[in-house]
Design a protein around this ligand. Sequence first.
Ligand code: Z5A
Length: 218
Amino acid sequence: MSVRGLFITVEGGEGVGKSTNIAFLESFLSGHGVELVVTREPGGTSLGEDIRQLLLEPRPEPVDPLAELLLMFAARAQHISERIEPALAAGKWVLCDRFTDATYAYQSGGRGLDSGAVRGLEQIVQGVLRPDYTLLFDAPVSTGMARARGRGELDRFEQEQVEFFERVRSTYLQLARESSGRFRIIDASLPLEKVQDALLKIAGELLACWSVRHGSSD
Ligand code: Z5A
């Protein structure tokens, strides 16, 4: 039986550099022989990508926060059963751009839903599945917004006000304080070169954890 793969999630506010740094980390880890599945939420499956489009496209009517929450977890249920669990069980690492911490940050912190509702759905949809590591790219809201907004049309989330993103950021930082063993905070306001130096240190830690896991299974 193969050793279960590592489940790593990448989080942060908009425009903090998740996509850029996931590509960097993927190339570093693949170069070290890690078999890796790179994916994202909402999305990651055909059904999930359809749900993503529903969630991100601006709509004429206000979207009920509970409807938004349930769609996030509907996409997640499919993602876990179709891609995440099979990959982890086969010994592959999964590197996921956003996961349930984003739901705490956006739907609870940002939209104001009770975190108990998120927790309940987390139990139902994920069972015992939790990320092994979460890399939180943190930067002042104004920095992320300035980086993200050079790209043209804004999606439904990007149309939110600064106060919304401030709540998202402070929820992420609170989650990181509560689960400090799992979280690694990266200062994403630094120049890309420095961010990637920090990321390489963390990648070294992940590889060390992996070799311990392998060693203890021999
Ligand atoms: N959402 C939710 O509400 N609840 C949930 O449960 C989940 C998600 C899972 C889509 O996510 C939306 O879904 C998201 C929350 C919600 N909405 N928001 N906001 P997404 O991850 O697809 O969207 P995003 O956060 O807007 O990602 P992004 O805009 O693609 O940003 P990014 O991937 O973090 O950044 P990037 O594209 O790598 O970098 C942005 C630019 O900055 C780019 O030009 C880079 O070259 C540049 N960059 C990156 N790093 C640096 C540094 N260090 N210095 C200078 N410039 C840099």
